[in-house]
Every structure is written in C-alpha cells, then in structure tokens.
Write a protein that binds this ligand. Structure first.
Ligand SMILES: [Zn+2]
Length: 100
C-alpha cells in the first residue's frame, strides 16, 4: 500500500504515486513527457471535446461508406479518428443492420 502524501502539484492529500505526486497529477505529468516543470494543469471538463448523438450517427454512416468502399475496419478507424474498439462496435452494428 502506498504512503499518503500531500501532492506537490495540487496540494491535495492522497496515496503517493511517484515523484511527490498523487495519481491524477502523476498521470498528467507522465502523459506530458515528464517535464521538469511538473504536471500540466488538468483539462477543464467544459473544454473537453465530446460527441453528440448526431456526431456518432455521422461517424457510423461514414464508417459504413468506408467499409463498403473496401477499407478494412482498422483503416476506417484511423481515417475517422476513432479507436479500433469503437470501429468494431460500428462493424457489429453494421453487420446486424445488413442481416436484418
Ligand atoms: Zn496533485
């Protein structure tokens, strides 16, 4: 079990993850490439991009078009900038629609 500390980034108490940071700050620091300046500020959830239902429907339609045009699932995923897991979800839905 890890030692409880007061994080040297945000000042919040919590279990020590490494370099004086608790997990959330340590992860931001590592993701940023371990800069000497410490972890970057957390992203404001209000600024985080998110997909609406309409965005998802558009992506699914584009995915189906790419697959029909002969692209692999992985290639379509890369082109649409969705994860492979998401692409395979689209693929499963597409197969069900085609079968119905
Ligand atoms: Zn912190």
């Amino acid at each position: 079990m890890s030692r409880r500390i007061r994080c040297r980034c945000c000042g919040q108490p919590g279990p020590h993850k490494g370099h004086g940071y608790r997990e959330a700050c340590w992860r931001r620091w590592v993701a940023a490439g371990r800069p000497d300046t410490g972890p970057p500020a957390p992203v404001d959830p209000a600024d985080r991009p998110f997909r609406t239902r309409a965005d998802a429907d558009t992506l699914r339609t584009k995915f189906a078009d790419l697959r029909t045009a002969g692209h692999t699932v992985a290639a379509a995923a890369m082109q649409l900038q969705v994860s492979r897991a998401t692409a395979y979800r689209y693929e499963t839905a597409r197969k069900k629609e085609t079968a119905a």
